[in-house]
Design a protein around this ligand. Structure first.
Ligand SMILES: O=C(O)C1=C[C@@H](OP(=O)(O)O)[C@@H](O)[C@H](O)C1
Ligand SMILES: C=C(OP(=O)(O)O)C(=O)O
Length: 448
């Protein structure tokens, strides 16, 4: 939805020890893809554990607009009756993807090689974000796009009536761009090839194979070469969505900085393209363990146990790790504030074009809370004050960014003074149960 509810000012107060179990919601990336691929399959796809956050519900609404039947039964299981590859009908109205870059970019890809026209919009955050990174490769298939200056939403896409296959090297490390091109390739004849120099989350590749598409990934000196054979008939699937590591990051980091804490966050997907934060935290000296490691649906899963870690050390995060933790830098910068020494984060230009400019948003809030931050075009450095020495006491702007809001709520649990955000309503886009779940663990978060 492009308009959030009225702003919700929220304040996080120093917490007692956090303890108990945090059952975070389903993975947002996998939820979007389950709905879109279900809509492109012939028959009924059944999804349990779907993330029922605003972003994903917007994608569900969009799939209905393109002709799929999408329903939720009383047990909370979702059912998608798809229309087949190339079977999308032309929506009768504008497709509103709310706050979701993943939603709009993947859906643009899925419809770009259908002979239909669709117009997309979003909220004030999404309508600032760059779309040329997707419309440029979609034009190679024969799709046309007209958006606001600079390639921004609202935007109309005229799908290719006679699509051709494409070979495309992704210019930025983006799973959204990779996925949009692969989805477009589904309805092009022949083979579409996507090449990525830096590995990004591979849910699309794994799920396309799961739905029966012919897709091959080869590591070459050109990079990771992904080859998809177009015009398959996708077979409907039964999907159990794993819990989201990007949501798990918040209770995990809260426990690590809050004295006396011991929190279990079970059933977390640890796909190597998503687990970079947890590796980084352990390198900083965090007491973070993986219990009961196993495979579920072809993906590694474990129960995370996070305990208060008083002797955190700042580190240089390897830039090649960035894509595997790209959404976790905001909350990592909060943990870094409680470490001894500097935490250096380089190769992260992409943070400037997420729901907000996440380097700017976090730097402003951390500085207002007494923490030194230096930053440049694609890097930033947080100088930690050590446990118990972070003043806090500030009010931060969330800039319609759920991860900015949640990161500062985590910060307030361990600062000397409470930390507020001006509008926490965007949290509902990815983690609607955040407030209640953190309260259950013992956090003291209040609506002002
Ligand atoms: O493909 C996805 O599901 C996502 C990819 C990432 O974006 P980019 O691909 O733009 O890096 C990430 O920031 C986003 O939260 C989800
Ligand atoms: C960037 C994110 O999502 P999206 O790009 O889908 O808005 C996120 O969830 O941190």
């Amino acid at each position: 939805m492009s308009g959030h509810a009225t702003p919700i000012r929220m304040t996080s107060h120093k917490s007692g020890p956090l303890s108990g179990q945090a059952d975070v919601p389903g993975d947002k990336s996998i939820s979007h893809r389950s709905l879109i691929l279900g809509a492109l399959a012939v028959g009924e796809t059944v999804i349990t554990g779907l993330l029922e956050g605003e972003d994903v519900l917007d994608t569900a609404r969009a799939m209905r607009a393109f002709g799929a039947e999408v329903t939720r039964d009383e047990a909370g299981t979702w059912h998608v009756h798809g229309v087949g590859v190339g079977g999308f009908c032309e929506p009768e109205n504008v497709i509103d993807c709310g706050n979701s870059g993943t939603g709009v970019r993947l859906i643009m890809g899925a419809m770009a090689t259908c002979p239909i026209t669709a117009t997309f919009t979003g909220d004030a955050s999404l309508n600032k974000r760059p779309m040329a990174r997707v419309t440029d490769p979609l034009a190679l298939f024969g799709a046309q796009s007209v958006g606001r200056s600079g390639g921004r939403l609202p935007m109309t896409i005229v799908g290719a009536a006679d699509p051709v296959p494409v070979r495309y090297t992704v210019p930025v490390p983006s799973a959204q761009v990779k996925s949009a091109v692969l989805f477009a390739g589904l309805n092009a004849p022949g083979q579409t090839v996507v090449i990525e120099q830096e590995a990004t989350r591979d849910h699309t590749e794994r799920m396309l194979a799961g739905f029966g598409a012919e897709i091959v990934t080869q590591e070459t000196d050109e990079g990771r070469v992904i080859t998809l054979t177009g015009q398959p008939e996708l077979t409907p699937q039964t999907i159990v969505v794993p819990r989201d590591p990007s949501s798990a990051a918040f209770p995990v980091c809260a426990a690590i900085i809050t004295p006396g804490s011991d929190v279990l966050v079970p059933n977390i997907g640890l796909n190597p393209t998503r687990a970079g934060l947890f590796t980084t935290l352990r390198e900083m000296g965090a007491d973070l363990s993986y219990e009961n490691p196993r495979e579920e649906g072809g993906e590694p899963v474990a129960d995370l146990r996070a305990r208060f870690s008083p002797d955190l050390k700042g580190i240089e995060v390897p830039p090649e790790r960035a894509a595997s933790m790209i959404d976790e830098y905001p909350v990592l910068s909060v943990v870094a504030a409680f470490a001894q020494g500097k935490t250096v984060m380089r190769g992260v230009k992409e943070l400037r074009v997420k729901e907000s400019d996440r380097i700017e948003a976090m730097a402003a809030g951390l500085r207002a809370g007494g923490v030194e931050v230096e930053d440049g075009p694609d890097w930033w450095i947080v100088t930690g004050l050590g446990h118990g020495n972070v003043p806090g006491g500030q009010t931060c702007a969330s800039h319609l960014d759920h991860r900015i809001a949640m990161s500062f709520m985590v910060m307030g649990m361990a600062t000397q003074n409470p930390v507020s955000v001006d509008d926490a309503s965007p949290i509902a886009t990815s983690f609607p149960i955040f407030e209640g779940l953190m309260a259950e663990l013992g956090a003291d978060i209040r609506r002002d």
